[in-house]
Design a protein around this ligand. Sequence first.
Ligand code: PMP
Length: 329
Amino acid sequence: MRIAEHVVDLIGNTPLVRLNSVTGPGSATVAAKIEYLNPGGSAKDRIAVKMVDAAEASGALKPGGTIVEPTSGNTGIGLALVAQQRGYKCIFVCPDKVGEEKRNAMKAYGAQVVVCPTAVPPEHPDSYYNVSDRLVRETEGAWKPDQYSNPAGPESHYETTGPEIWADTDGKVTHFVAGVGTGGTITGVGRYLKEKNPDIKIIGADPEGSVYSGGTGRPYLVEGVGEDFWPSAYDPSIPDQIIAVSDADSFDMTRRLAREEGLLVGGSCGMATVAALKVAAEAGPDALVVVLLPDGGRGYLGKIFNDNWMSSYGFLREPLDGKPNQIFV
Ligand code: PMP
């Protein structure tokens, strides 16, 4: 019988699927790695297990302890799954731009959620970085994984995501594209693939305005990617190139992925796909571009997939056939 002992054992080994409709003529093959098929719904499940394992081994996290982390949601859900399995409590701190659905999801898994303003600099006492530090000081048995500096983040992608991509493409991958948030994904996967074949190109996708693509950290709406500081989980020597993508293009592609490819995914997936399609157009038909799609679209139904929200920011573009996709009767 094939019965997993616990849902945590189902993390990883996500599939690749070819993108067929959004790619242009003469493009490279583009294969999307579908991370929403992880049990917590995102790539962050991978780093959650690895960070908890490392903290247990070092003694930083003791039985009955509390995990306190600033997270935009996905890392929280991954940590909550592992916490349930191993008997820890969770307190998550997230910026107010994070959708209510995502916050409720973290609560559904049994976590406590603290919300902080987005529009303050990282050094501000109310910033989500500082609030989480204060909660760590005030909570007994608290441990802060700190996905921004924890080496277990990139290591988890080095040990799982990278080898999966190498194996599932029979070593034929020529380019890897991923959005950059903490930088853990691109650092871990990129390091692994470059060790296997130094000719593989590693490309980061970044929201316009974020520091990775030379921005000042000005706000953007795509969630989970881009930063206003340089986290140590990110090794800037790994990517060969960083491509900046606008919110409008990211969200437009996110909607196309659902409508044309059957992939209901999050906004950072649309962003990474825009970058991957640019890379694929330049690389030509013999190349094999793998793009990592970090999470699913259910957490964004009230935003990216809501026509009113999209038009309130001027993002709504007419469908290509000119027909509206909603009929009012
Ligand atoms: N997309 C989403 C939705 C995320 O939550 C994250 C993680 N912050 C990323 C992309 C980027 O991944 P990483 O932190 O590994 O750079």
